[in-house]
Design a protein. Structure first.
Length: 206
């Protein structure tokens, strides 16, 4: 008689770190300096270099969407990916915010507030994970990411260098989108802090 193996006793093998989603994440990290160089070339006063920077930013942001979809679809989620993916995201957006402020397109106070919020929440999440509490991204957080990406992309384009009504109008639209992103970022940031405190209390008394 052959013994039938209990499915619950079978341990599913962990996916290798050498996979396409992780490779795309590494590409995104390595692409950050290139994007920064394109954006800052000629102090951001070159229309052609700014367009190249926009293309680079769009492609790097696309890898974020693609690697996440592939990892979930083919069960390629790894510890390396969990660590490297948010680092890649924060590095790219951080370079964008700082670069845009350096070339005078975005106010420094906005950049500082956004970076403090981004890295603060990331560090807090990491601290909570070490205590066994996972804090998934909220709908507000996802909305912030969308608004932030649209605004950054619009600012990277040389709208401030093009003359005419349309570029000027689009630049003002980007201002409004960034204001909305900042408001959502601050509100969701506060929400994350309160949720983390509540989760920490529950974990302490569990």
């Amino acid at each position: 008689m052959t013994s039938q193996e209990n499915p619950s006793d079978v341990t599913e093998a962990k996916p290798s770190n050498w996979n396409v989603p992780n490779a795309l994440t590494v590409v995104r990290i390595l692409g950050v300096p290139l994007f920064g160089w394109l954006l800052l070339t000629e102090s951001g006063e070159s229309i052609s270099w700014r367009i190249c920077a926009f293309i680079a930013f769009a492609l790097l942001m696309a890898t974020d969407k693609i690697d996440g979809d592939l990892a979930r679809k083919y069960n390629l989620i790894t510890d390396f990916g969990k660590l490297a993916d948010p680092i890649a995201d924060k590095a790219l957006t951080g370079m964008a915010f700082i670069g845009l402020s350096l070339i005078g397109v975005l106010w420094w106070p906005v950049t500082i507030l956004m970076l403090v919020r981004e890295w603060g929440i990331t560090l807090m999440r990491g601290f909570m994970v070490r205590r066994g509490v996972v804090m998934p991204a909220s709908k507000g957080g996802k909305l912030k990411t969308v608004l932030q990406s649209i605004a950054i992309g619009g600012y990277v384009l040389p709208l401030n260098l093009w003359s005419g009504v349309v570029p000027t109008a689009l630049l003002w639209v980007m201002h409004l989108v960034m204001v909305a992103a900042l408001i959502v970022a601050l509100v969701t940031g506060v929400q994350y802090v309160f949720e983390a405190r509540a989760a920490a209390r529950e974990a302490r008394f569990a």
